[in-house]
Design a protein around this ligand. Structure first.
Ligand code: FAD
Length: 477
């Protein structure tokens, strides 16, 4: 498909588009364009020709038809957290769904109907009003939409599955501008693809999510240890994974101690190991389940206590705001053996930014019980996932932070389960899409892509190339 990447679109053409919308449109000549073009990752600096802000499904349909009819490059944005920068583009059209904020919680059926502009802090607030929740992002500003479509790893996953496992149905605007419903009854193939296949198949305008009783108070928080205890903690983290109840989720993080008031000053800037823990069952069971970690080493601080689930869900928001430069690399790992410890400690020593970290999250529990072929999401049987998050502010330092990230990621390759997680991918991960799903699943996804989006209109994503179509710019070959 010929794709227009012209900076400016014909004003008469844009005026016709604006007339067909009830929401707004922002172009480079408008006030507010600089703000409107920004995404979470400060390293991404793209200038779309126009940003459409739909108010409802009719606007989304009109924008998709417009883009298709004029062969425009299309970027779809909901929460704007794509680290790879897929929710914006140079030239072309951004369809920014951030204003579609509707949430309807049905506490009786334990379902939430969610529009794509909703972020996790907003949905958690509504569901927790009824003591309900579904697996959501660890930072409140992350969009429900991109997160769920790419899989969705969260604190509740070992008890309640990934976000995509809780996706019951979705309303989807396809590349031809028509609306369909993906559900077990209406279109099970499309639902299968949406459960992990990302934004490849259309624009989701409504998500129906399953809810579960959670909290509202849970046993949760961080334990921070000196790096001297790292080897014992990594070993304990590994040993506990299969022994831990499904209600317990642990994350392991290595970084330099931030200058925060809850840490003694003499620790600031020194390497530390953190264990983030949440137990989503009864508080006394939580206390018991977390106790083995407490006995591994003496923590600098122990912040695990009964606290509101919504507090745990937003605890990291202040330190994970928008605008910093980011480069991430992730890998599903089949094991976390002692042989990995030296690599991790070496990279903790050589970490290039006080804002960077690298972390692990358990898989297992309900994630592993869903059969691999039941959803598009790949690598369910992995032991853990490594996520290397380099963050800094000075653009002249890009090279060294990116080099450190790649060095750690490369050194951990011997333990790889064979792929990355599409939601954590960076701009240069386009060639890793097949590995994210595995070749068999990718072949099925490519067939479905041919059915739903044969011209690859929705290509700014971890792109699944329609079967029979050669790779294209902007997507993976
Ligand atoms: C600070 C931060 C914390 C994070 N924490 C977690 C975490 O705890 N667990 C986890 O699994 N991931 C996490 N992520 C990764 C996150 O899941 C992805 O970045 C995800 O894409 C974010 O969704 P979004 O709607 O905010 O992003 P956007 O940038 O708006 O969208 C990303 C992509 O999703 C697709 N998309 C978005 N909306 C739609 C739609 N309505 N219909 C069809 N396709 C759509 C498009 O392809 C788009 O390019 C985090 C990311 C950040 C930056």
């Amino acid at each position: 498909m010929a794709v227009s990447t012209d900076r400016a679109l014909d004003p008469a053409m844009l005026a016709r588009l604006a007339e067909s919308l009830s929401g707004g449109i922002v172009t480079p000549v408008d006030d507010g364009y600089e703000e409107a073009r920004r995404v979470w990752n400060g390293s991404i600096d793209k200038r779309p020709a126009a940003i459409v802000r739909p108010r409802g499904v009719a606007d989304v349909m009109a924008a998709v038809r417009f883009a298709r009819d004029h062969d425009l490059l299309v970027a779809v944005r909901s929460g704007g957290h794509s680290v790879a920068g897929h929710s914006t583009c140079d030239g072309g059209l951004v369809i920014d769904l951030g204003g579609m904020k509707g949430i309807r919680v049905d506490p009786f059926a334990r379902r939430a109907h969610v529009q794509p502009g909703v972020v996790w802090s907003e949905l958690d607030r509504e569901t927790q009003a009824f003591g309900l929740a579904t697996t959501g992002g660890l930072v409140g500003s992350t969009g429900v939409a991109g997160f769920t479509l790419g899989g969705g790893l969260g604190w509740l996953q070992r008890r309640h599955g990934l976000a995509c496992d809780n996706l019951i149905s979705a309303d989807v605007v396809l590349a031809d501008g028509s609306l369909v419903r993906a559900s077990p009854e209406d279109d099970p193939d499309l639902l299968w693809a949406l459960r992990g296949g990302g934004g490849n198949f259309g624009i989701v305008t409504s998500f129906e999510l399953e809810l579960h009783p959670v909290g509202p108070t849970v046993m949760a928080g961080m334990l921070l240890f000196p790096a001297e205890s790292a080897s014992e903690l990594i070993a304990a983290y590994r040993e506990l994974r299969d022994a831990a109840p499904d209600d317990l989720m642990l994350g392991l993080v290595l970084r330099l101690a931030p200058p925060t008031p809850f840490l003694p000053e003499e620790v600031h800037g020194r390497p530390i190991v953190g264990i983030a823990a949440i137990h989503c069952g009864a508080l006394e069971d939580g206390e018991r389940a977390i106790s083995p970690i407490r006995s591994v080493a003496r923590p600098i601080v122990d912040l695990v206590e009964p606290r509101p689930y919504v507090q745990m869900q937003t605890m990291q928001d202040a330190s994970w705001g928008p605008g910093l430069r980011n480069y991430w690399k992730a890998e599903f790992l089949k094991e976390l053996p002692d042989a990995a410890t030296g690599i991790l400690l070496e990279h903790l020593d050589s970490i290039t930014s006080p804002l960077s970290d690298f972390k692990f999250a358990y898989l297992g529990g309900a994630v592993g019980r869903v059969p691999e072929e039941a959803t598009a999401f790949g690598h369910r049987d992995a032991f853990t996932i490594l996520n290397v998050n380099a963050r800094w502010s000075d653009p002249t330092e890009d090279g060294r932070h990116i080099a450190w990230t790649r060095s750690l990621w490369r050194a951990m390759q011997p333990f790889s389960a064979g792929g990355t997680y599409t939601n954590f991918a960076s701009e240069d991960d386009g060639d890793r899409v097949v590995g994210s799903f595995g070749p068999k699943k990718y072949a099925r996804l490519a067939e479905l892509k041919r059915r739903y989006d044969p011209a690859n209109l929705f290509r700014l994503n971890q792109n699944i190339v329609p079967a029979g179509k050669p790779g294209e710019e902007g997507g993976a070959a």
